[in-house]
Design a protein around this ligand. Structure first.
Ligand code: GTP
Ligand code: MG
Length: 422
């Protein structure tokens, strides 16, 4: 098949898809994931009782996540299930206040996102925010779940209302809505339209059919190697083992690599994925790799690994296109919030507001605006307070995106247009 790039399907393996669940708090993201895992046999009846003995899909999922976070393991894979066609990894599904922050790394890994909208509440502020971020972060394939249909008595008119609202929102953001399924469901109480058994008035795909209709993106194997480091372990008998997900390029045993901005280099002795040794890792692989010549204290989360002959870019300043998602007052030059790019978090200063831009047409509205408010899009010059490895989105899109966080919320998101190297 045309879309399956080199290395996508290893012998006897199905392609792998990463799915992100996004949407307003409490609209049922975890419950839908729980329903899918239950119906595909990943979790059993036995697993589904909470402390009080009642059924609770979301609870099992939160427990799985907690276990995953506590375990010191170099297997960074998330929750998995499979169909005849694909292996799926559910990227992340937290719904707490820092969800958006997690989404920056989560959704940038996602091949597709499921936007969950509860039928009773309809489109809410976080529905908009998450849809917007998914778009900014490069997710083009979307599935919309209109959940909690039981609460509106499976009323077809209410379904249409919520669907039309969601469709309008997504159209404005530039999604091709005629390719997006809007699937009514009540994941807590039934598998209807999730896995099989369709409602009489609904003739679209089930959630599982929609999953299988997602097109795996080409793996960016031709781009320079970039592995943002999530953690670094020191393992007895092995040595230093940085852990991360290959975003772009290919890593092979025996190669010389460098970590930036740390500026240390070494030779790759071994690569491990899912507790097995492999000789080559490619985009999408969550790996631990042993590097000779590098000690645990040399490298940390936020560093990026690349080949020594094509090292990750370290910037002293960069120009970015941003959109202000929510800010209680205004952003003016001098403002220094925390930027989250891949696995790094660095305070960066808004040095200059260059141009205010119309988010829909891209036309310049104002040169050198004095400040930016919620909803504004702009071209800005950013100066990190310490060295940061980030790339031009035009060169390596996966490494050229960021979120701006302040006061416990995401105030802006953007992409890197140009860099000044350090
Ligand atoms: P956050 O992670 O906190 O953002 O929430 P979430 O989107 O993961 O929602 P979650 O699955 O935790 O569900 C929130 C609440 O809605 C829970 O009490 C669920 O039991 C309930 N719920 C989820 N799906 C349905 C549904 O289809 N029908 C009804 N009636 N309740 C549901
Ligand atoms: Mg949840």
């Amino acid at each position: 098949m045309g879309f399956v790039s080199k290395g996508e399907v290893k012998a006897g393996q199905k392609p792998h898809l990463n799915l992100a669940f996004i949407g307003h708090v409490d609209h049922g993201k975890s419950t839908i994931v729980g329903r899918v895992l239950y119906e595909t046999g990943v979790i059993s009846d036995h697993d589904l009782k909470d402390e009080a003995g009642s059924f609770k899909f979301a609870w099992i999922l939160d427990r799985l996540r907690e276990e995953r976070e506590r375990g010191v393991t170099i297997d960074l894979t998330h929750i998995k299930f499979e169909t005849d066609k694909y292996y799926y990894t559910i990227v992340d599904c937290p719904g707490h206040r820092d969800f958006v922050k997690n989404m920056i790394t989560g959704t940038s890994q996602a091949d597709a996102a499921v936007l969950v909208v509860a039928a009773d509440d309809g489109v809410m502020p976080q529905t908009r925010e998450h849809a917007f971020l998914a778009r900014t972060l490069g997710v083009t394939q979307l599935i919309v779940s209109i959940n909690k249909m039981d609460l509106v008595k499976w009323d077809e008119n209410r379904y249409k209302e919520v669907r039309d609202d969601a469709e309008r929102l997504l159209k404005v953001l530039g999604f091709k809505t005629d390719q997006i399924p809007f699937i009514p469901m009540a994941a807590l109480v039934s598998k209807e339209n999730v896995i099989d058994g369709k409602s009489d008035w609904y003739d679209g795909p089930t959630l599982m059919e929609a999953f299988d209709a997602v097109t795996p993106p080409e793996k960016p194997v031709q781009l320079p190697l970039r592995i943002p480091i999530q953690d670094v372990y020191s393992i007895t008998g092995v040595g230093t083992v940085p852990v991360g997900r290959v975003e772009t390029g290919v890593l092979k045993v025996g190669e010389k690599v460098v970590f930036e901005p740390a500026g240390v280099s070494g030779e790759v002795k071994s690569i491990e994925m899912h507790h097995e040794n492999i000789t080559e890792a490619e985009p999408g692989d969550n790996i631990g790799f042993n590097v000779r010549g590098v000690s645990k204290k040399d490298v940390r989360r936020g560093d990026v690994c690349g080949h020594e002959d094509n090292p990750p870019t370290v910037v002293k300043e960069f120009t970015a296109q941003i959109v202000v998602l929510q800010h209680p007052s205004a952003i003016a030059p001098g403002y220094t919030p925390v930027f989250h790019a891949h696995t790094s978090q660095v305070a960066c200063r808004f040095d200059q507001l260059l141009q205010k831009i119309d988010p829909k047409s891209g036309a310049v509205i104002e040169e050198n605006p004095a400040y930016l408010k919620t909803g504004d899009a702009a071209l800005v010059k950013i100066v990190p307070t310490k060295p940061l490895s980030i790339e031009k989105a035009g060169d390596i899109p996966h490494m050229g995106r960021f979120a701006v966080r302040d006061m416990g919320q995401t105030v802006a998101a953007g992409i890197v247009k140009d860099v000044v190297r350090k």
